[in-house]
Ligand binder design. Sequence first.
Ligand SMILES: *Cc1c(COP(=O)(O)O)cnc(C)c1O
Length: 449
Amino acid sequence: MTLPQPATGPGAAGSPATGPGAAARRELVLREAVRRRLLDPEDALLAVFVDLDGVAASVAELHAAFPPEAEALHTFAAKANCLVPLLARLRGLGMGCEVASPGEFAQALAAGFDPARIVFDSPAKTRRELVRALELGAAVNVDNWQELDRVDDLLRAGASASRIGVRVNPQIGGGSIGAMSTATPTSKFGIALADEGNAERLVEAFRARPWLSWIHVHVGSQGCPLDLMAEGVAQAVAFAERVNAELGRRQVEGIDLGGGLPVNFADDTTAPGYADYVGRLRAHAPALFDGRYRLATEFGRSLLAKNGFTAAYVEYTKESGGRRIAVTHAGAQVATRTVFMPDAWPLRITAHHPSGAAKDGGDPVPQDVAGPCCFAGDLLARNRPLPPLEPGDLVALLDTGAYYATTHFQYNSLPEPAVHGFTVDAGGAVHFEPLRRAQPIEELLRPVD
Ligand SMILES: *Cc1c(COP(=O)(O)O)cnc(C)c1O
């Protein structure tokens, strides 16, 4: 398969959506979107734009970071951006798909993924969901002892082509965002490797189950430093080595490293990159790359976040107690984490004229950027210095290609906004392609019978 090659040379790391030129590219897309009424002050109050060239470059960077002999299956964590046309594009770029619910599983199948390139992770898989995954031959990562018993029962009833692994929790601690840290001592995920007796019990579980052949670990997401992630993977690899040594056979064939590469929300540079992470993995877990293990990854945020932005109109501006406030159409419904955990998830915001052109004249003035939801905390930014916003202007929320508008929060019955993919050709022409239509209000009126 031919993968798009990233440009080479200094500053080539990252996608077209990052690095120098990123701001001009966003401005170009916004102007075009206004001109074509993909943004409209009455009909399309907000919309999301996903840089498909950028996504291709990010995927290429991921593939290039791993040595070709590693035989890695790189899957995209669907929860980061679950739109079927986007998933189909990622499939075309050589990705597999990681899913963690029946909905995501259905979306991955609708996007055309071969079930053998789908990885099913979830801490709450039902019996029926497991039956279907095993029938289709999707990879399954078992989360806990009870699920392992369940899989035993199902495999007694019929063989499966699925590669089956078990998720371990190396219990090495969390990063700076508690809700994103999955390898704490008491995390809900996986089998706690350091708990008394668990490692021995798990070795015996492998001995009794020749079909159990992978180990899965996902240390965490945003906020976890690379060395913490790499150390978690190292502990999973050390455990695989122990299983294979004690059983005297190559039973653990593969390591699924999970995702979690953190994203820089502070400016247009991509850092750290996949190559940095692979460097840390080589340092902490050299056995991972010595050819004895097949590999899988499950990156989400790092592939999409910086390749998307959300644009919304300013409806009104006001002043309250000396505070300047711009009321926009983007709030908790599309930026849920930023609104509820503003310190953990700050977003960059840029100000634009109604034409989409950047507003850069005049001194920045501290302003609250508010959303449309009817609760006081619905703020995208507090006291943020920005060019003075006026009604009819646009604001763009940067780095929102993952876990923002595609994980919609249905507060105040606000509908899901449209998502548009775009590419920019060599002549600078912008091509849009729909990834999700705006949700019509009628959809909110679904009858009860
Ligand atoms: C969420 C999740 C991922 C993706 O994490 P990112 O931070 O988006 O890369 C991968 N694997 C599992 C099991 C997850 O829960």
